[in-house]
Write a protein of this length. Structure first.
Lengths: 128, 715, 212
């Protein structure tokens, strides 16, 4: 597929700039991040609950940002960008997730101090 | 100072002092003298024959993917030799230092290498072989072949391509420098914490290891982006995904692995660097550090890395075997799927490198299972290659011999790998020679494929075939050497010998170690045969001139252009009609390679900026190693400035005029006859002289080259 | 060869050579390559967050301060506001590019750059405060990873600010050439990606640190 347009401004990746989408992304991100901050500052939930809810909020914000701000869709101009991102996402999960699993078990086997104050303490107990 | 440094430090020279130059180590002094003499000879010869202009114009400032690939391969071969020298020293030390009554020379209690020295040798051997020999050789091959196979004129980022080359070269240069100024790390090529932390490795060795590793990692990362973007975006018209040649598919899966895994290596090393330079506590013993974190991060890279090395090797085998069986590759769709399956699964197995590090049994079992899963797609590949040969018209020319050797080595290496996949087995033989023999078989598979690829594609790139006789001797001596050395190593592994020993207390292992040394003798003779192979090939290059379809049975697009390949690859971009396009054209009588009616061709210009950036990065590496802060800051500033200045350069492309294309095309002969008249140059191939363009001077380069200029000796 | 996987082409009517081939899409290729680079950067962050998870055990505090003791939510929120605003305004700069409006592009980019500088000032004050209270990366394993993540992110903002400055000069100098345009798109990818990364940094380092 070749796009040898005379005026580079006509390139589809230039043309997909969308002020309304950026504003929607901005407002949504600000709202949810403010909500997360409020949760953390007021300590209204137990630490585990705050961690869970803020993580979910972060996930939602990132998906909205991905669509509205980064234009991650399956249009012709952006298809390969989206494919590349979809390739990487499971690897992020694998890197962080398998590492967490590894070390959680390791800590249960080797750490003398009870993990009372760390975020890792609040993972559901593993059965092995 | 943020960290407590042992030894002197001055603001001007950092930790660099005269004591860091090993005057008292005879081996190093002799090495230095030999290297200095060789360097002086090369430089003098270049000056005497007036070649500096040629070298600058055609090689040092080039952005042509073929020449960059050739330089990568050259770098890889030189570093392979250096790594081999290290291996020779390890083998001789271990053969000598067996038993309490073994003699000690040159300051060593047993053998001739002190533990301090041997530690550097096996660390350098590992790092060089993985990162500075195998990687550049494979990256070089991919660089040369992939654009040709997809019908493109160059890579997506020619300038970045050159930068990757010079960064890797900078890293290699620093590794070589560590021989003569300072020392190298002593703890094994993949690092150990907290041994590699400052309190236990207070010298500059680990810093050399760390920064050279990072430099090459940056180079390879940039290269992976380049190759993926090229394959995705620059295929010729008609080259759909289903028609992509198998080596290009292999390159794509390999570079996806590199793209995704190298960042984690950079983090692993950077955190160690922070520990050593800033005094943080990522991996320290105490103060909240976690030793296993290093292993975790490193091997997240380390495992995909070895698949990064083997997948192109599989791709090479998939190209050579069909060509020399005159048959379509059996099940190429499953081979492609297998490549991606291997790449995908390889991302979930990394803990098998540290099974014994106290992870829970469920974690260990999970990783055992995923490790074994990798064997399935690999098995698919092996069967597909065998079925390709079945009922084909098999010709045992040199590339095919190497590919078949690779196949045999893969079987042994792969099956011993499956044995290693069981965590319970690992608990018995972790850190033993069984694992070492396994992975050496795997890298020998890679090496065999590389030698096969060199034999296979050298004529395409340089225009003449390599000769057969010395090449065959080289092949067989490599086979014998590998067999003797590494089969014996498996037995030593079963016997319980561990790795990285400078002194072996058990004399019953002595016969094995001596047999391994005998295997090394075969390797040494093989190297000599290789040199003869190259020399005789060069000497007889007119006799062995190659046409476009060098082997007669080539199948993909790179055989549809002249040998040597002109700078622009294809005079007119081909339109692709089938998988195995060249075979399809031959079957339908459409083999005309002079389509006529040529147009001007738009190509990137040469530039010296990547070379200068490589030099600056080498300076930065050196400054960081020796903690010469003013030099480090200066290099960073210059690097940033150079990158920004280069971005303002608007004169980065040129057009090869149609008449120049016509001239090159009419001179290009595609037949194999040795008696064709040359363009008036003794022993030469087609030479279209450089057409100087009036361009800007300075760093962007002011000349262009349209010529293939592959005739090595006659310009 | 069975071209069954690909469409069979009649050899008598096959096109062998793509004459007048316009070449590949340079802008699309370069932005794709840059996006791949951004994804590798995201992988660096993934590795850093994995390390954060590992080094968040009580043992990793090494007796030093825990994040709930010293994280200042105001500075973190200030950084959030400035960064998201800067991302929005850079977005408007790209809309102006779509319309070919050179002045508006440079103007909004300038504002986005200023907001980036404000971010850096806030981050500098925040980190300076921590240092003033003896909270250094050398104190414990946890603090090592804490500071590494936030400083690594701040470095990205610095790079973005410098890049915007360079682009403003280039636009003024050569207008909207193909090279300038692909660089502007790359900068958009870079800058907007920082908003995504910041969501993770804010959530997992600051917010969850506050309740640890």
């Amino acid at each position: 597929m070749t796009e040898h347009t005379q005026n580079p401004l006509d390139h589809p990746e230039v043309q997909l700039a969308n002020g309304r989408a950026y504003l929607v992304g901005f407002i949504f991100s600000m709202l949810l991040m403010t909500a997360g901050l409020w949760l953390a500052v007021t300590h209204i939930m137990a630490p585990f609950g705050t961690v869970l809810v803020t993580s979910i909020l972060a996930g939602m914000v990132v998906i909205i940002q991905g669509y509205f701000i980064l234009h991650m869709d399956i249009s012709h101009a952006q298809m390969w960008h989206t494919v590349a991102m979809v390739l990487f996402l499971p690897l992020f999960v694998v890197t962080i997730g398998l590492t967490a699993w590894m070390f959680h078990g390791l800590y249960q086997r080797t750490m003398i101090m009870p993990p009372a104050t760390s975020s890792m303490a609040h993972m559901p107990p593993m059965s092995h | 100072m943020l960290v407590h440094l042992q030894g002197p430090w001055s603001p001007l020279l950092g930790r660099l002092t005269l004591q860091q130059i090993p005057y008292h180590v005879p081996i190093l002094m002799v090495t230095f003298i030999v290297v200095a003499i060789l360097a002086a000879v090369v430089l003098a010869a270049a000056t005497y024959f007036g070649k500096w202009g040629y070298l600058w114009r055609e090689w040092l400032t080039t952005v042509d993917h073929k020449k960059i690939g050739v330089m990568y391969i050259l770098l890889g071969l030189i570093m392979l030799l250096r790594g081999f020298a290290d291996a020779l020293m390890i083998r001789t030390q271990q053969a000598m230092a067996v038993g309490p009554s073994s003699p000690g020379e040159m300051g060593a209690v047993h053998g001739y290498l002190t533990p301090f020295h041997l530690g550097q040798i096996f660390t350098a051997h590992g790092l060089i072989m993985v990162v500075f020999a195998a990687t550049p050789l494979l990256v070089g091959l991919m660089n040369i072949i992939v654009p040709l196979q997809i019908g493109a004129r160059d890579m997506a980022y020619p300038y970045l391509n050159a930068l990757g080359l010079w960064l890797t070269t900078a890293g290699a240069a620093l590794v070589m420098l560590s021989l003569f100024v300072g020392n190298f790390a002593h703890g094994g090529w993949y690092g150990f914490v907290p041994y590699f932390e400052l309190p236990y490795s207070p010298g500059v060795g680990v810093d050399y290891w760390m920064w050279t590793f990072q430099l090459s990692a940056i180079g390879t990362s940039l290269g992976s982006i380049n190759l993926i973007a090229t394959i995705v975006k620059m295929r010729a018209p008609g080259m759909t995904w289903m028609r992509l040649p198998i080596f290009t598919w292999a390159s794509l899966s390999t570079n996806l692995i590199a793209l995704t895994s190298f960042p984690v290596l950079m983090v692993a090393l950077a955190l160690l660097g922070l520990d050593r330079y800033v005094g943080t506590h990522f991996y320290t013993a105490g103060m909240g550090g976690n030793l296993m974190l290093y292993n975790d991060l490193f091997w997240v890279w380390g495992h995909p890395e070895v698949y990064f090395l083997i997948l192109p090797a599989f791709g090479i085998m998939s190209e050579i075997i069909p060509t020399f069986s005159e048959k379509t590759l059996f099940g190429s769709a499953t081979l492609v799927l297998a490549s991606f399956a291997i790449g995908g699964v390889s991302w979930g197995v990394w803990l098998h490198h540290f099974f014994t590090m106290a992870a829970t049994p469920s974690v260990n079992s999970f990783y055992s299972v995923t490790t074994m899963l990798v064997g399935i797609p690999t098995g698919v590949k092996v069967f597909n290659w065998i079925f390709t040969m079945y009922r084909g018209r098999v010709r045992y020319e040199l590339p095919m011999l190497w590919a078949l050797l690779a196949l045999f080595l893969l079987l042994v290496g792969g099956m011993t790998g499956m044995m290693n996949a069981f965590a319970s087995n690992d608990y018995m033989w972790h850190n033993g020679l069984f694992v070492v023999a396994h992975f050496h078989l795997m890298v020998l598979t890679i090496a065999a494929s590389i030698f096969g690829a060199v034999e296979y594609w050298f004529p395409k790139v340089f225009g003449f075939k390599l000769e057969q006789k010395w090449g065959t001797w080289f092949f067989w001596f490599m086979v014998i050497g590998s067999g003797i050395t590494f089969v014996t190593m498996f037995f030593l592994g079963f016997g319980g010998m561990t790795r990285r020993l400078d002194y072996i207390p058990y004399t019953q292992w002595s016969p094995y170690l001596h047999i391994m040394l005998l295997g090394m003798v075969f390797y040494v003779v093989a190297v000599l045969f290789f040199v003869a192979h190259l020399y005789v090939s060069l000497r007889d290059r007119v006799k062995n001139r190659a046409g476009a379809d060098v082997w007669g049975t080539g199948r993909s697009l790179e055989w549809a252009t002249h040998s040597p390949v002109p700078a622009y690859n294809f005079a007119i971009t081909p339109n692709v009609n089938a998988r195995d396009e060249w075979t399809w054209r031959k079957e339908n009588g459409l083999t005309e390679l002079h389509p006529g009616d040529y147009e001007g061709i738009h190509m990137p210009k040469n530039t010296g900026v990547p070379l200068f950036l490589g030099i600056l990065f080498m300076g930065l590496g050196f400054a960081l190693i020796w903690r010469i802060w003013w030099l480090a800051l200066l290099c960073v500033a210059l690097i940033v400035a150079l990158i920004i200045i280069r971005s303002f350069d608007r004169d980065t492309d040129m057009t090869i005029p149609a008449h120049a294309v016509e001239q090159v095309e009419s001179g290009a002969r595609d037949e194999m006859s040795a008696t064709m008249p040359t363009a008036g140059v003794r022993g030469g191939t087609v030479i279209a002289h450089s057409i100087p363009q009036s361009g800007t001077g300075g760093i962007s380069g002011s000349t262009t080259s349209t010529s293939p200029s592959w005739a090595p000796m006659d310009r | 060869m069975s071209a069954s996987a690909a469409q069979k082409v009649d050899p008598a009517q096959a096109t062998l050579w793509a004459r007048h081939y316009a070449g590949h899409d340079m802008i699309g290729t370069r932005t794709f390559g840059f996006w791949l680079y951004m994804l590798t950067d995201a992988m660096v962050y993934a590795a850093l967050f994995a390390s954060l998870g590992v080094l968040s055990h009580a043992v990793n505090l090494a007796g030093g301060p825990s994040p709930s003791a010293f994280i200042n939510p105001i500075y973190a929120y200030g950084e959030t506001i400035t960064l998201f605003l800067s991302v929005l305004i850079y977005g408007y700069s790209m809309v102006a590019l779509k319309n070919g409006n050179r002045g508006a592009v440079i103007g909004s980019m300038f504002v986005a750059m200023l907001l980036g500088i404000v971010y850096l000032v806030i981050a500098g004050v925040d980190i300076g405060n921590m240092f003033a209270h003896g909270i250094f990366p050398q104190v414990s394993g946890f603090l090592s990873i804490f500071f590494t993540i936030i400083i690594y992110h701040a470095l990205h903002i610095l790079v973005g600010v410098v890049w915007m400055l360079v682009m403003m000069v280039q636009i003024a100098r050569e207008g909207f050439s193909a090279n300038v345009i692909y660089r502007l798109i790359n900068l958009r990818l870079f800058w907007h990606f920082q908003a995504v990364i910041w969501v993770f940094v804010f959530t997992f380092v600051y917010l969850q640190g506050m309740v640890a």
